[in-house]
Design a protein around this ligand. Sequence first.
Ligand SMILES: Cc1ncc(COP(=O)(O)O)c(C=O)c1O
Length: 506
Amino acid sequence: MQDNIFSIRLKQSMKNKNLKQVELLRLVEEKGIKIGKSHISQYVSGKTTPRDNILTVLSDILEVDAEWLKGKDKSVKNKTEIVDDVLSSPKYERQNSLEETSMKEFRKSAKLDNVLYDVRGPVVEEAARMEEAGTHVLKLNIGNPAPFGFRAPDEVIYDMKSQLTECEGYSQSKGLFSARKAIMQYMQNKNIPNVTIEDIYTGNGVSELINLSMLALLDTGDEVLIPSPDYPLWTACVTLAGGKPVHYVCDEAAEWNPDIDDIKKKITNRTKAIVIINPNNPTGALYPRDVLQQIVEIAREHQLIIFSDEIYDRLIFNEEEHVSIASLAPDLFCVTFSGLSKSHMVAGYRVGWMVLSGNKRIARDYIEGLNMLSNMRLCSNVPAQSIVQTSLGGYQSVKNYINPGGRVYEQCEYIYKALNDIPGISAVKPKAGFYIFPKLDVKKFNITDDEKFTFDLLREKKILLISGKGFNWKQPDHFRIVYLPRIEVLEEAVEKMADFFSYYRQ
Ligand SMILES: Cc1ncc(COP(=O)(O)O)c(C=O)c1O
């Protein structure tokens, strides 16, 4: 098979039928063939060619001749011949194909080959396509407070406006002194040891710092323990940095706490670090002190760095205590992450931080790497840094949302009960954050592919969710709901879901 011709003809035929990769994948699956989205993208990029049975199905869907699609009708020796060949293809649009064939194609870096981030992935693309076609989609896929009517505190907006003219230049690469001082005091209140101003880095959200911290640390093949389910950026950034994400299980039967035995089993001589997400996205778990203590002991025994993502630490219901794992590990090297996206409902401002603590002596070289990468991006968004001091001091208005009577609290109570009332669905009650991670009775619904379930729900009920797979959960039996919408909206969603589950069988 002529690889180049095949991918050119495949792309052309998809274009003629106005099909995107996810749609082609769906149509292939509907024909009873099981392939992943990576297969389709590899066919399109010309990296691989399909087996004959898949090729027949593709030609059927695309309404082109299988032999033609294969490229067998002409041997290709040079570019001119490829152009000629495409020019004679069915439903050929002269202008488009000329552009495609006479120009060099730019492919994404192979570094991205195994990087997945489905929170904005194919199901979300399908939802965007439906919206473009005029369909209203209820998006329960992303923890973005503002579109659901959550407002930043007035004081924060006022203070940013007042300081705007002072934020025109770059700041120090780690961030403004005032912001870092406020973060330092916040860390002191959480009993995190040995933190100076120099140990604090502000970032364009925690996201930037997760990426930066992994890039600075990992050599090819270095292993990092990451929870499953996870916030998938962690897995994506470890992979992008050349490391190997190794997932340890969080146990639903134990309120989604990390399974300590599983962590122990997954440690090898390549393991460099362990990541915890506490409070957790997507499960809503809040780790008790004794569980954290056991993780510290493992890290101590195996000399691991502890990375703790605590972006939801100010969003805990019922005044339960949040323990920063770094406070339990003064002798280890820890990196703690948090930010204002969620606690101050300013996800769009992009402000987060990362704090080094404990035994920094053992990480001198790594810290040099962090400083290099921090310097290379010059600094993070300065207007956003200017509100850190205001945000972390004084009354925390987020409490109005998370205490009884507050929106987030009541929405959580509602969704937890309503989901558990649907036959075949069960969920552990979240203790913090915006998310719930319910379980599907896969036998009842005959579900073997959770991503297909989310596609089906989207198409039939116009509700957008992310399947467990999007959070690196291995079995096809979970999905995540963001419960940020108002109760009336959640009620409507639950009603539609209850109806869907009354008949859905995969
Ligand atoms: C656990 C977790 N960490 C990090 C982030 C990224 O946050 P930021 O907006 O600060 O980049 C999110 C966003 O949803 C998250 O849930």
